[in-house]
Structure formats: structure tokens, C-alpha cells
Design a protein around this ligand. Structure first.
Ligand SMILES: [Zn+2]
Length: 303
């Protein structure tokens, strides 16, 4: 028997009272300690929408589209706050269509006017957030949560999150790294600063999105070895390349992969093709640079 087994056996209680003490020491105390450690983060998590820049744009666009159509519409912040509660913070359930449908709920047709020439025009009214929350059958508790999210959004500057990070017509300056899709410099979503002080780390937009037609060849940014080539959940088909012990680049949402794990690649080699696999709304390359495992802004290497 190994040492750990012997220790556990020695600690095992032989009467009922000891069993309680044993449970108290090894179950209840650790659970309480964990609860205390995570109490702070959980509170913060409840007030901050865990949304990324791409998803945020869906809500802003939806609110704008409705405003254009009806000459009135909700604040996009209200839409995000409603869905943060409705989707229990899982914004992977969100989509441009769902955001637009929600925005439309704020518009109510209240009749029509008939002109002298006999033309009929509908008359619309903008509903309040409370009226929409009632339509969605939100409980009082859920309504309060929506208002907490709304409060956070109104007091937070999210412009940096939506900024692509480069001016129009920008062309990368290639120094250490080569641009992964030569000739295509259309940044659709920049490297996002985390908006959640605790849990947002995973929601951080860890790279840049480069809008490119499906099938565009994707090239290695630097000499290296393929660390991984295959499926990676929301990132779809991906290629990870290690360049040295510290530097790694990642290429996501590929339509197909042109390299194998452990393969040595040179800068500029085709490693795959642009696609829209995983959680993606259209063909683009998600390009990431990591130093010591930590995502950094890829554009910093091209300025
Ligand atoms: Zn991305």
C-alpha cells in the first residue's frame, strides 16, 4: 500500500462521532473556504454582462436597424441587459436575429392613420423596458437583475471594446511576424480588453478578426512547429503554432487545415484556409498571438 493510502486509513474514524468530525474536517471546511474565496467573484460576475465585442455589435446593430425602420427604438444597452438575464450570461445563445427580434419587441403597432387620398399608414409606439420585461414574463427578481446590468452598461465605456484598433486603410508593417492573410487588412473586430474584472478573462477577445472570403489561404506568421491542428470547440478548426518556448500563434474558424501536428512550418507557408467553423457569424480569420500562454494584441507586432 502506498503512503497516502496508509495515512488515509489511519485517519479513518471507527465510531459515529468521529465520522462527523471527519466529514467536518474534510468536506464542510473546504467547501466553506471555497465559498469564501469565490464569494467576491460571483458577485461581480452577476453584474457584468459576459459579452464579447462581436456579440455586442449584434445588439448595437439590432437597435439601429429598428430605429431606422420605425424611427424609434430601444437603447442597445437595454437589449444586452435583457439577454444577460434571459440567457443567464451565456451569450453563445445570442445571434443577430435574436437581438433584432428582441429589439422589435419594443415596437408596438397601435393602429393606423388614413390619409385624404386613402393611404393607410401604421402608427407605432415605443414600449418601455418594463413593458417588454412583462411581455417576456420576467419575475421581479429578474427585472432587478436586468436593471443592475443596465446600470453597469451605462457607467462603462465600451468604445475600446468595439474599436478595431486600426484606422481605415491601415496596412501592417511586417517586422517579427508576417501577416497571416497577405493583402487582406480588414479588421472586423479588434483585440478586446476584458470588461469583466473577474470572469471576463475567458470572454476577452483574445485575438483580432480579419474579414476574408472563405477559402483564402492562411499563412504561418513565423517559422515554427504545429502544436495543434484540429477542432477546438467555439474556435472551430484551428492551427496552433509554437515559434519558440515563449511565442505561439493561433489561427481559428478555418474551413480546412493544410498541416499536421508536429509539422515544421516556415513563415508564409499555407497552414489552412479561411472559413466560418465553430462559433462564427461569417468567414473570417481569428488570429491570436500568445506570449508565455497569455494572449496579447497581435496588432502590436505590425505597427
Ligand atoms: Zn475572433
Amino acid at each position: 500500500m502506498n503512503v497516502l493510502g496508509k495515512v488515509l486509513l489511519a485517519l479513518l474514524p471507527d465510531d459515529l462521532e468521529s465520522i462527523f468530525k471527519f466529514a467536518l474536517l474534510f468536506v464542510v471546511v473546504p467547501v466553506l473556504v471555497i465559498a469564501v474565496i469565490f464569494a467576491g467573484p460571483i458577485t461581480a460576475f452577476e453584474k457584468v454582462p459576459l459579452i464579447n465585442a462581436e456579440q455586442l455589435k449584434w445588439y448595437i446593430d439590432a437597435a439601429e436597424k429598428v430605429k431606422e425602420e420605425f424611427k424609434m427604438g430601444p437603447d442597445w444597452r437595454e437589449l444586452v441587459a435583457v439577454d444577460a438575464v434571459r440567457f443567464e450570461q451565456d451569450f453563445s445563445k445570442a445571434s443577430p436575429e435574436r437581438a433584432y427580434n428582441l429589439a422589435q419587441m419594443f415596437i408596438k403597432n397601435v393602429g393606423e392613420v388614413v390619409t385624404e387620398k386613402g393611404l393607410h399608414f401604421p402608427v407605432y409606439k415605443l414600449l418601455s423596458l418594463d413593458e417588454v420585461l412583462n411581455m417576456l414574463d420576467f419575475t421581479e427578481e429578474e427585472k432587478d437583475k436586468v436593471k443592475e446590468f443596465l446600470e453597469f452598461l451605462k457607467n462603462t465605456d465600451i468604445s475600446s471594446l468595439l474599436d478595431s484598433g486600426v484606422p481605415d486603410g491601415w496596412v501592417p508593417a511586417e517586422k517579427t511576424l508576417k501577416w497571416p492573410v497577405p493583402g487582406i487588412y480588414n479588421i472586423t473586430s479588434g483585440f478586446g480588453p476584458r470588461i469583466d474584472p473577474v470572469y471576463g478573462v475567458e470572454r476577452l477577445h483574445a485575438g483580432v478578426d480579419i474579414g476574408a472570403p472563405a477559402g483564402t489561404p492562411v499563412r504561418a506568421a513565423l517559422d515554427g512547429e504545429v502544436a495543434y491542428a484540429g477542432w477546438n470547440d467555439g474556435y472551430g478548426l484551428v492551427v496552433f503554432i509554437w515559434h519558440n518556448s515563449n511565442l505561439e500563434t493561433r489561427y481559428a474558424h478555418l474551413s480546412s487545415i493544410a498541416v499536421k501536428q508536429r509539422q515544421i512550418v516556415r513563415a508564409g507557408d499555407v497552414i489552412g484556409y479561411v472559413g466560418s467553423t465553430g462559433k462564427s457569424t461569417g468567414p473570417h480569420l481569428h488570429f491570436e498571438v500568445r506570449i508565455g500562454g497569455k494572449a496579447v494584441n497581435p496588432l502590436d507586432f505590425f505597427k
